[in-house]
Design a protein around this ligand. Structure first.
Ligand code: HEM
Length: 406
């Protein structure tokens, strides 16, 4: 194991500008590194990150301080039977028949409403006008909440992500997270009470009525679940959509191939998840000493598993710094399951509940955008940069196209 003051710093401005160069140095020279700034051990190689997100010895107790203060207690930090029982409450809504029959028409309607808002103008910002709204509108409607509150939802979940990503422990960021917790609770608890009295066929009513070991969840537990779903469903898929269009628009030949053959969209998304993942890192807390990457991580310490670095490991992917929708070492068939080659949805028992929903949203949204916006191209020669350290995506994506009528 390497401990060094000179080693790469994931809190530095250079890292924020281009994390991928730092990831390479970490993988090659510091596969296990104690990082003073975050008080955590960094893991960067594919095989080690895979172990950290899959093996139960790497507990998710870190969410007790990273998420519980803002969401309440959620499945992220649960383990064993408690985790299985709570996860089973929402998994059916995000899978197979339910996703296709119950939610697909709503996903399509939400994408169309947004695209119809700008298709006749000839220019748009795909991040601000589409990606920032679409996935959160979908989860808000799944829960049976009011989409017109979009700006508040967006502010709340961005603040929650900032709280979880507050690696340098900025007190202002922490305080803002706690304030947002109180505001979301004040908004949601009366709605939960009203939904208990008059249940509908929405996901919030399902959670209100669900029994865990013969007992209904408390208002606080239902609120925590919704708070997590809004954040997990809003903050990540928007970055995946923005990232996918940015990656394609930067490579006109691959963009033309996807436009011509829409069956390539799942692969374009899978390759985007590998190449520019929305979630760059997650944390873990080993319950015992673990020998890994040539050293030992002590029980109870914090581990930062660098998902985005694992996805660029040349021990796992050929030519990893090249975006290629035709690459043969990444399968679109498994990319949205716990057998994925990339690690962007994590793996193991906390594997992303919403992976199939994310895929459905991106497929529907991308198809609609490609149909409605002929001659789509970037507005500026230089594409806006990616932004963010913990979660990351393009800050904006101005485009122009031939206007069409809704
Ligand atoms: C491209 C989009 C998405 C990405 C990259 C993503 C990424 C992730 C990752 C990395 C985790 C693991 C966290 C950990 O173990 O520490 C996770 C878990 C989770 N995701 Fe997603 N996610 C996406 C979309 C969604 C959507 C649309 C939803 C649904 C609303 C969702 C709901 C969840 C939930 C509830 C968990 C916790 C699962 C558990 O602890 O058992 N995600 N996601």
């Amino acid at each position: 194991m390497t401990r060094s003051g000179q080693a790469p710093d994931i809190l530095s401005p250079d890292f924020a500008r281009d994390p991928y160069a730092t990831y390479r140095v970490l993988r090659d020279d510091y596969p296990l590194l104690w990082h003073e700034g975050t008080g955590s051990y960094l893991l960067s190689r594919h095989q080690d990150v895979q172990r950290a997100v899959r093996e139960p010895v790497f507990s998710s107790d870190n969410y007790i301080w990273q998420a519980e203060p803002v969401h309440g207690r959620t499945i992220l930090q649960m383990s064993g039977r408690e985790h299985v029982v709570h996860r089973a409450l929402v998994v059916p809504a995000f899978r197979g028949n339910s996703l296709r029959d119950r939610f697909m028409p709503m996903i399509e309607r939400n994408a169309r409403e947004l695209v119809d808002g700008f298709r006749q103008t000839g220019s748009a910002d795909l991040v601000h006008d589409f990606a920032t709204h679409f996935p959160v509108n979908v989860i808000v409607e799944m829960l049976g909440l009011d989409k017109r509150e979009h700006d508040r939802f967006h502010a709340w979940y961005s603040t929650f992500v900032a709280f979880a990503a507050n690696l340098s422990r900025d007190p202002e960021v922490a305080a803002a997270g706690l304030r947002a917790h109180d505001e979301l609770a004040a908004y949601l608890i009366p709605i939960i009470q009203e939904r208990r009295a008059h249940p509908g066929d929405d996901l919030l009513s399902t959670l209100c009525e669900a029994e865990v070991d013969g007992t209904r969840m408390t208002d606080e537990e239902v609120k925590a679940f919704c708070s997590l779903l809004l954040t997990a469903g809003g903050e990540t898929t928007d970055k995946a959509i923005g990232g996918m269009f940015r990656n394609l628009l930067a490579r006109p030949e691959q963009f033309a191939a996807v436009r011509a053959d829409r069956d390539l969209i799942p692969m374009a998304l899978a390759e985007t998840l590998r190449f520019t993942p929305p979630v760059h890192m997650i944390m873990r807390t080993p319950t015992e000493d673990v020998a890994i990457a040539g050293g030992t991580i002590p029980a109870g310490s914090v581990v930062t598993a660098l998902l985005a670095s694992a996805n660029r490991d040349d021990r796992r992917f050929a030519d990893p710094d090249t975006f290629d929708v035709f690459r043969t070492d990444l399968s679109a068939t498994t990319a949205f399951s716990a057998a994925a080659d990339h690690l962007s949805f994590a793996l193991g028992r906390h594997f992303c509940v919403g992976a199939l929903l994310a895929r459905a949203e991106v497929e529907v949204g991308a198809n609609l955008l490609l149909d409605a916006l002929p001659e789509l191209e970037p507005r500026d020669v230089e594409l806006p940069p990616e932004q963010g350290v913990f979660t990351r995506g393009p800050a904006a994506l101005p485009v122009r196209f031939t206007p069409t009528a809704p």
